[in-house]
Design a protein around this ligand. Structure first.
Ligand code: HEC
Length: 186
């Protein structure tokens, strides 16, 4: 009986706070509180976050990733330049460990907590990346044939997108949306 009660409570908690991860459906500022006063940085489209609580139109989330020493950028994994969070306030990021990747580079394992507008969260990473695919098809095949997704790996696409983002006059959000699609392509 007690067991079933506990089980029920567990199910309810996971319904409320989302079983499994949530993903950013677009780039979105991470605020220190639910009145959106101070931005700690920007969470980047398709980054996985953990939902902690709700407050009005905001959801408190936690993002955990890896940061090279002295970098303002937090990546989703070590050794792969897939951006998850751009730091505006260095002290917002808490170091919880350290990891050395296969190339001998030392990464800080970091976590950051704050509030995002709930409408910037999604459950389905596939459909978030699909939006990037649609943009890629629309914006990247006008001057030359569309390049193949697997022509470059996840660490090369960012510099290409820097150059081609200017060619195609992409906004920052569009650039990241296409970049995340290409970097997650397998
Ligand atoms: C306004 C025209 C234009 C648009 C739009 C454009 N490109 Fe290009 N792209 C070029 C030109 C010109 C080159 C060859 C010269 C160079 O590398 O800058 C090129 C080269 C490339 C290359 C080859 C780079 C290499 O080093 O082999 C890739 C890959 C590429 N583009 C991807 C993209 C992607 C992805 C987009 C969409 C974000 C895009 N392009 C949009 C003009 C464009």
């Amino acid at each position: 009986m007690l067991f079933r009660k506990i089980l029920g409570m567990l199910c309810l908690t996971s319904l409320l706070f989302g079983a499994g991860g949530s993903f950013m459906s677009k780039n979105s500022p991470l605020f220190s509180d639910a009145s959106a006063k101070e931005a700690l940085g920007e969470l980047i489209v398709s980054a996985e976050v953990k939902e902690l609580s709700k407050s009005g139109e905001y959801t408190e989330v936690e993002f955990t990733g890896y940061q090279p020493k002295d970098s303002g950028v937090v990546y989703e994994k070590t050794g792969v330049l897939i951006v998850g969070f751009e730091t505006a306030k260095a002290s917002a990021v808490k170091i919880i460990g350290e990891k050395t990747d296969e190339y001998g580079t030392v990464w800080s394992h970091v976590t950051v907590k704050g509030f995002v507008v709930t409408s910037a969260l999604g459950k389905d990473k596939g459909s978030i990346l699909q939006a990037g695919k649609d943009l890629f098809s629309a914006k990247c095949g006008t001057c030359h044939a569309l390049h193949a997704e697997n022509e470059f790996d996840a660490n090369v696409w960012p510099s290409i997108l820097e150059a081609m983002g200017e060619q195609a006059a992409l906004s920052k959000d569009e650039k990241y949306s296409i970049m995340k699609y290409l970097q997650n392509y397998k």
